[in-house]
Write a protein that binds this ligand. Structure first.
Ligand code: SF4
Length: 696
């Protein structure tokens, strides 16, 4: 038996074929027909079959660590939430969910929170991933729209990667870029990153800029472009607003000033500007190095400004391109997964949108203001404004900044419910009620990748133990809380409702529209081929590229330039904390390692947390290559193996984000990370925390 499904790791969204042999063993191969990967898989994807064993799985509901019947667990969740809502109001409860959820799961939990409980205190770990891109898109385009598609990367003559180690974090997409460059010798790749990462190996130019100076660099480029003949005057005049104010912000900024502020040579900056100016087909890809910043949204807009000025958007081989980190960060946005969003890319604070969604859902009470975003949500749990939280498919005690405070918050919370497929995580240890969820291979639904492509995740394994689908668990709780509107026959029924809402009173006013999929019967849903939204009656085969008509989703249809004034990071280094901590991924691990940590093959790449230092910083700190270091920030500390490398920028230390307490009792880097967020997007500044290092 072979089943086509989708890899559950990064936002590339590769197609996978899972085959089950007669002896029950499972093989996983790339799907040669999936347009994201055409059969290729990276090390993580090709090891998927090694991660599906049941060791470590949560297989039965539990209350207080004791196995219980499902009915008892669901009753406990429903009665606990209902009581707290009755006594303290809807904003006394919260839901913290995940870009690992399938779209259907994500849809029903948002419907429950925003339309029935009446709170927008529902946020997601995608807040840590792409909230700054969402905010930047909405400011520029009036909608959270990724303009381009993966084919653009193969049609471009210049690929600019900003704050992205795609070789490790989006490997198949990076391989597509390298293959395109080999076919097209005119194609150049520029990598903008304080570190010299694996992505630099295939690049023509690496700009190791000073941490956090991306806006200065792109403002400098914007000023440079304005004085060149690369400006698309027709497009700027007819299809944009705000160019004068944006240009005022950068007036007089020179290449020399830009280079000095970014800590780069004038020659390297000049070369990048020259290539960008003279190359029509440019794609600028950006990821967490841009997003995870207290000025992440501004950095996104500084990049988009350069594409708008040159009219390089909505055409083959060009455009700004946000690489989403998680497999369904995009699907979560489609259902309003963030605390400041409403379903189908509608606005929570727009009364017309609220009214539309309320009528469609027949919802008793709609949240009418933005809820608490991830970091603020756990602050509210810590100071008891929130008394009950339901955490679904994520491990915030490892992954949120100031992680010790998150742990203390859960310890103090009146009711902590955790749905997960893993029994023992740093977060499940704090749960009063544990609900066993299905894992990859058992789940059924859809995900959306970085290029707006919706793909099916299909089951090929039976549900183990008493594990259930997340959407069904959520609906069961909703029923017990007395809400109607959660009587779905199956997962296809949830998808049809989600698709119908996207087209409801839309008339082309909103970018997210998959109404052509709202009539799929069960068989057609099961057979759904990967397709890029919008999928409308006019475009039933989907839409590869947005903004080809040069019309945007702002009230006047014009894209907006956003003046960007560069700001320093939230916390500066000091004599006590002289190094900048930068966190990120390694090639063979995913998130908090609950799955990738199960395979010896993946663990053999890098098996322990490390801190990578520039040789001169290592000398000053007195730490030795392969020795141990204690890293300390004002928020916490950790122990890590020392790696000394000239590829690290002086003054910075890089630590991967994956490990937990099990390493020397202190392997969680997020215990150190400052809980500073972007005031526009609410995304934490995971790339810039002042720390000190000592030998351990
Ligand atoms: Fe999975 Fe991403 Fe690797 Fe593709 S590139 S196989 S989606 S981890």
């Amino acid at each position: 038996m072979s089943v086509k499904t989708t890899c559950p790791y990064c936002g590339v969204g590769c197609g996978v074929v899972a085959s089950k042999d007669a002896d029950g063993s499972v093989r996983v191969e790339g799907d040669g027909q999936h347009p994201a990967n055409f059969g290729r898989l990276c090390s993580k994807g090709s090891a998927l079959a090694e991660t599906i064993g049941l060791e470590g799985r949560l297989l039965e509901p539990m209350i207080g660590g004791t196995p219980v019947h499902w009915d008892d667990a669901l009753d406990r969740v429903a009665s606990g939430f209902s009581r707290i809502i009755r006594e303290h109001g809807p904003d006394a409860v919260a839901f913290y969910v995940s870009g690992q959820l399938l779209t259907e799961d994500y849809y029903v939990i948002n419907k429950l929170a925003k339309g029935f409980v009446g709170t927008a205190n529902i946020d997601t770990n995608s807040r840590l991933c792409m909230a700054s891109s969402v905010a930047g898109h909405k400011r520029a385009f009036g909608s959270d729209t990724v303009p381009g598609c993966y084919e653009d990367l193969e049609q471009a003559d210049l690929l600019v990667l900003v704050g992205s180690n795609a070789a490790w974090c989006h490997p198949i997409l990076h391989q597509r870029m390298l293959a395109a460059k080999e076919k097209n010798p005119a194609c150049r790749i520029v990598v903008i990153d304080p570190r010299r990462t694996a992505t630099c190996e295939g690049a023509d130019l690496h700009l190791p800029l000073r941490s956090g100076s991306d806006s200065v660099l792109f403002n400098g480029l914007f000023a440079f472009l304005a004085g060149s003949n690369a400006v698309d005057r027709d497009f700027v005049g007819s299809s944009t607003t705000g160019v004068v104010d944006a240009l005022k912000q950068v007036a007089g900024q020179t290449v020399a000033q830009t280079a000095a502020t970014c800590g780069l040579t004038e020659g390297a900056v000049g070369l990048f500007f020259d290539w960008f100016t003279r190359t029509e087909r440019v794609v600028t890809l950006y990821s967490q190095g841009v997003n995870q910043s207290s000025s992440g949204a501004d950095k996104v807009n500084a990049i988009i400004n350069c594409h708008l000025l040159t009219g390089r958007i909505g055409r083959p081989g060009m455009g700004p391109f946000s690489l989403t980190g998680q497999p369904n960060a995009m699907g979560g946005r489609e259902v309003g997964g963030l605390a400041n969003q409403l379903a189908a890319h509608m606005e929570l604070e727009n009364p017309a949108h609220r009214d539309l969604v309320q009528r469609f859902w027949r919802a008793p009470v709609m949240a009418d203001k933005g809820g608490l975003k991830a970091v603020d949500m756990f602050d509210a749990i810590a100071d008891k404004r929130i008394k009950a939280v339901w955490i679904i498919s994520t491990n915030p005690v490892v992954s949120l900044p100031d992680a010790d405070r998150v742990r203390a918050a859960l310890d103090a919370c009146e009711l902590v419910v955790v749905s997960d497929c893993v029994r023992d995580t740093d977060t499940t240890r704090h749960a009063h009620v544990l609900l066993p969820a299905l894992a990859w291979g058992e789940k059924d639904g859809t995900v959306t990748n970085s290029e707006r492509r919706i793909s099916r995740q299909r089951p090929f394994l039976a549900a183990p133990g008493e594990a259930r689908a997340d959407w069904r668990i959520i609906c069961d709780v909703a029923h017990r809380m007395g809400y109607s509107g959660f009587d779905y026959a199956d997962v296809a029924d949830v998808f049809r409702e989600h698709a119908a809402l996207s087209g409801y009173e839309n008339n082309g006013q909103r970018d997210f529209d998959i109404s052509a999929l709202s009539t799929l019967d069960g068989r057609a849903y099961d057979a759904l081929a990967p397709v890029q939204w919008p999928v409308t009656p006019d475009h039933p085969a989907g839409t590869a590229r947005m903004f080809e008509s040069r019309t945007f989703f702002t009230p006047n249809g014009k894209a907006r330039f956003v003046p960007v004034m560069p700001r320093p990071a939230g916390n500066a280094t000091s004599r006590d904390y002289p190094l900048v901590l930068n966190t990120g991924r390694v090639r063979d691990q995913w998130h908090t390692m609950t799955r990738t940590g199960k395979t010896a093959r993946l663990m053999s790449h890098i098996f322990e947390p490390y801190a990578e230092f520039h040789p001169e910083d290592a000398r000053v700190a007195g730490v030795q290559n392969e020795g141990l270091t204690r890293l300390t920030s004002p928020w916490g500390e950790m122990i890590a193996r020392v790696v000394v490398s000239a590829e690290q920028r002086r003054g910075c230390v890089f630590v991967p984000m994956h490990w937990n307490e099990e390493f020397a009792g202190a392997g969680r880097v997020n215990a150190l990370v400052n809980p500073v967020v972007d005031p526009v997007s609410g995304q934490p500044e995971s790339k810039h925390t002042p720390v000190k290092a000592d030998p351990y």
